[in-house]
Design a protein around this ligand. Structure first.
Ligand SMILES: N[C@@H](CCC(=O)N[C@@H](CS)C(=O)NCC(=O)O)C(=O)O
Length: 127
C-alpha cells in the first residue's frame, strides 16, 4: 500500500513537472540581445558551465529559464537517471540535489547548489 502511494506520488510529480516544462517551453522568456562578438565571448565562457538537473524539477526549470533569458548556452546534464552525471554529482556534493551548476575555471572546479544562488551568479556574471 505504502509502495503504491509512493509510486502514485512519483507519477503525479513527474506528470506535473512535464506540464510545467511544456508550459515553460511554449512560453519562452525574451532573450537579452548582444552584439555578435559579445555573444561569441559569452558562448566561449558558457562552455565551462554545466547544469546538473532533472527535466521536470520546478527549480531546474526556473534556472533553465534564467539561462535562456540571459541567452546562455549552458551545457545541460541529466542527473535524474542512473549514470555518469548522477554519479559525478553525488561524488562532488555528497548527495543528489538539483539544480547544481558546475563551474570550471582552468584547473579549478566549483559546484554551486540552490537555484536562487545559481541564478544570482549567472545574472552577476552575464546580465
Ligand atoms: N532549495 C533548492 C531545492 C531544490 C530541490 O528540492 N530539488 C529537488 C528536485 S525538485 C531535488 O534535488 N531532489 C533530490 C531527489 O529527488 O533525489 C533549490 O532552490 O534549488
Amino acid at each position: 500500500m505504502k509502495l503504491l502511494l509512493k509510486l502514485l506520488l512519483k507519477i503525479f510529480r513527474n506528470g506535473l513537472g512535464a506540464v510545467i516544462a511544456f508550459l515553460s517551453w511554449i512560453i519562452p522568456p525574451s532573450k537579452i540581445q548582444r552584439s555578435f562578438a559579445e555573444q561569441k565571448k559569452v558562448d566561449l565562457q558558457t562552455q565551462q558551465l554545466e547544469l546538473y538537473q532533472f527535466f521536470g524539477c520546478p527549480f531546474c526549470i526556473k534556472t533553465r529559464r534564467a539561462g535562456r533569458r540571459l541567452n546562455l548556452k549552458i551545457i545541460i546534464r541529466n542527473a535524474q537517471t542512473a549514470g555518469k552525471y548522477r554519479d559525478e554529482l553525488t561524488k562532488a556534493v555528497g548527495k543528489i540535489q538539483v539544480p547544481c551548476l558546475k563551474i570550471t575555471d582552468g584547473n579549478e572546479v566549483k559546484w554551486l547548489l540552490e537555484s536562487g544562488e545559481i541564478i544570482a551568479y549567472l545574472e552577476k556574471r552575464f546580465a
